[in-house]
Design a protein around this ligand. Structure first.
Ligand code: ATP
Ligand code: MG
Length: 325
């Protein structure tokens, strides 16, 4: 996927300022249009024939290094737009939004979540991280622990890893499957296809219940991951992030890429699209993710609940009483 400097008016760059929380619907609509344009090249809504090698981890779309400052400004505006949409989401109380993040280690999941969601009201948002399952979790079906953390209507739920680990790390390390306490007769060569089918059905079910789902694979290159691990070793304030186990996982890189490709092929749908986000340049990763979320929210027709004539009269009466008090 090559760079496309200045195709169209400004190659997907957006100039207009001002999508503030109080900001007009016009500002939000304009921002949303730019966000859609910027994130569209990375969206996969139909997995058939999907190939990961068609996506370049180093891609920075219409931008290049010199645009970093511009990108930071655009991200700040994205954060503002997100805050404005979130207020409407919360007030309307109809849709829930589920954002799933998957990636190899050091691809920047944590930093992306932190930056992109920095402007939103914490009361309307919940981040859940899924690590290796506990004994209690292994006593249940594989969707159970994630189902418990689904967002309520009006809220945004963020999954930092998810049930997709069940067809990623578990597929790469078959011995994990042996520890999942499944009845042996149910573990066959069809297990991955069955899990994809169950995930698709689960996501379709959620979509039909008003959960808007977007899934992000932060696509970092093996070389860039190496540089980030080296940085964790070389900079004392980053030492705590280093894990020797993460380096060992690099030996399985190709198996992971294959597992990601298969998972995206089987589970990219219009109601739950994947975004394959280039992750070698953090500033671009964050901009694409923020744009994709703004695009998703703008498609939900979020509005503050309208006040009818009867309620307006009641508000006027309440106001008069308050003033007279
Ligand atoms: P960070 O390293 O930035 O703290 P992380 O998400 O990598 O974040 P870790 O505690 O390092 O967190 O790793 C979690 C590990 O748990 C990952 O290696 C992941 O593959 C593993 N994991 C998650 N879900 C499952 C699962 N269902 N079965 C087995 N392993 C899982
Ligand atoms: Mg880790």
């Amino acid at each position: 996927m090559g760079k496309k400097k200045s195709d169209g008016e400004d190659g997907g760059k957006r100039r207009k300022k001002g999508a503030s929380a109080e900001g007009g619907e016009g500002d939000l609509a304009r921002w949303a249009a730019h966000a859609a344009e910027l994130s569209r090249p990375y969206r996969v809504t139909d997995g058939k024939g999907f190939r990961l090698d068609r996506f370049d981890p180093g891609d920075t779309g219409p931008l290049d290094k010199g645009d970093k400052e511009w990108a930071a400004e655009a991200l700040a505006e994205g954060v503002e737009a997100l805050a404005a949409f979130q207020e409407r989401l919360y007030a309307q109380d109809r849709w829930a939004v589920l954002l799933i993040f998957q990636a190899m280690d050091a691809a920047g999941k944590d930093g992306t979540i932190k930056h992109v969601m920095s402007g939103i009201n914490p009361q309307g948002c919940q981040v859940s991280s899924f690590k290796a399952p506990s004994a209690e979790e292994l006593d249940h079906d594989f969707l159970w622990r994630c189902a418990k953390r689904l967002p309520e209507r009006g809220r945004i739920g963020i999954f930092n890893r998810s049930y997709y680990e069940e067809v990623l790390v578990v597929r790469v390390h078959r011995k994990i499957l042996d520890g999942q306490k499944l009845p042996p007769g149910l573990v066959t060569d069809a297990i991955w296809e069955e899990r994809y089918e169950d995930i698709r059905a689960h996501e379709r079910y959620l979509a039909r219940n008003g959960v808007a789902i977007r899934k992000f694979f932060l696509h970092v290159s093996r070389e860039e991951q190496k540089q980030r691990f080296l940085e964790r070793l070389d900079r004392p304030e980053k030492n705590w992030k280093f894990s020797a186990g993460d380096v060992a996982e690099r030996a399985h890189w190709d198996a992971y890429m294959h597992a990601y490709q298969e998972a995206i092929r089987a589970t990219a749908t219009p109601e739950a699209p994947w975004y394959v986000v280039p992750a070698d340049a953090k500033w671009f990763t964050r901009l694409v993710v923020s744009s994709a979320i703004v695009d998703a929210l703008s498609g939900l027709d979020l509005r503050f609940p309208a006040v009818g004539p009867g309620e307006r009269a009641a508000l006027a009466a309440a106001r008069a009483a308050l003033v007279a008090d």
